[in-house]
Design a protein around this ligand. Structure first.
Ligand code: ZN
Length: 328
């Protein structure tokens, strides 16, 4: 079980892989939580291990700690600063003043604040997310906000994971509905470099379910498509282009003329995220970060591509509003 802790220490371990690993372990331990789906719990634990605050995951901390302990993973401990005067590591938290955490040294008894405090105000946090979702690169945000790039990066990543986890739960709830129409399309993107041998192709599959955007990333193949399809609510009719993988669909209408709404969704994503635009130097290094960024976008700037209100897209907008309130 120690391996699990090692895995999450690595900075780029992605949420989905970690959650699947945890799910496997939870199943092996034959744990059956009464109130929560095992999948949701696995995602919450994974997000927690990746640095999301325990109070932000929609599952009570006591429940989360209980299952985390069952997995044999130690609770994450916040890093504590060294004592300012004697450099001891035996430091405890000792209340707070004006939002800044106070620490007390158990060796020499002095109280002190952390020397470099990169804590951000609520307004600044919200502004940073908006800047990120309006095509600014993290580097540019770091400059404008006067914060270290690593602070900006880990903040956006943490918020992205949070949004992603909540969206998974919302998606599951939407499966209770039947959509009137679903439009599906794949759009190409890339990781690491625009050109050259380092480039990795990444396909973003977008479905608009009663106009609600639900997307996943992966290859342009059957497997990824099936994965997407399994995560969608049932639909009365499907519109796609002529790409062969879609032929397994029932009530299926193929033709480029039906998928224009997805095209406008693609350009919406590109207009908001520098990493998806094809004419900037901002480049995605990991698929996970693309997913977290899209989740953030869906939560902070919700859109529905349908003039008609349906129970499904109304439930979605209400769910998104709840997630947004939890996020900031
Ligand atoms: Zn001390």
């Amino acid at each position: 079980m120690q391996g699990l802790r090692g895995l999450c220490g690595g900075h780029e371990m992605d949420l989905v892989t970690l959650a699947q690993l945890i799910l496997l372990l939870l199943r092996n331990l034959n744990l059956k939580p009464r109130k929560y789906r095992l999948e949701d719990l696995a995602y919450a634990i994974a997000a927690y291990l990746l640095g999301v605050q325990v109070t932000r995951l929609g599952i009570p901390p006591s429940t989360l700690y209980y299952y985390t302990k069952k997995l044999g993973v130690k609770r994450r401990r916040e890093e504590r600063p060294q004592c300012a005067s004697c450099k001891s590591n035996k430091v405890i938290k000792n209340g707070s003043f004006k939002g800044k955490t106070k620490y007390k040294c158990k060796t020499c008894g002095k109280t002190f604040y952390q020397a470099y405090n990169h804590k951000m105000s609520k307004e600044q946090k919200e502004r940073i997310l908006k800047e990120y979702l309006n095509r600014m690169s993290m580097r540019a945000i770091a400059k404008v906000e006067g914060k270290p790039l690593t602070t900006i990066y880990s903040f956006i990543r943490r918020k992205g994971i949070e949004a992603y986890v909540h969206l998974i739960v919302l998606r599951e709830q939407l499966k209770a509905f039947t959509a009137k129409f679903t439009v599906i399309d794949e759009s190409w993107s890339y990781l690491r470099a625009r050109r050259g041998p380092k480039r990795i192709d990444l396909w973003i599959w977008n479905a608009l379910v009663d106009g609600v955007p639900l997307s996943i990333t992966g290859n342009r193949d059957h497997r990824t498509f099936n994965y997407l399809l399994n995560s969608l609510p049932k639909s009365e009719v499907y519109y796609t282009d002529g790409y062969p993988v879609y032929q397994v669909l029932n009530n299926h209408i193929a033709g480029k003329e039906y998928t224009y709404t997805v095209e406008s969704h693609n350009s919406y994503c590109r207009a908001h995220l520098a990493r998806l635009a094809r004419d900037t130097r901002a480049v995605s290094r990991s698929e996970a970060m693309v997913n977290y960024s899209l989740a953030l976008l869906y939560v902070m700037y919700p859109v529905v591509y349908s003039r008609e209100k349906t129970p499904l897209n109304e439930a979605y907008l209400k769910g998104i509003e709840n997630i947004r309130n939890k996020l900031i």
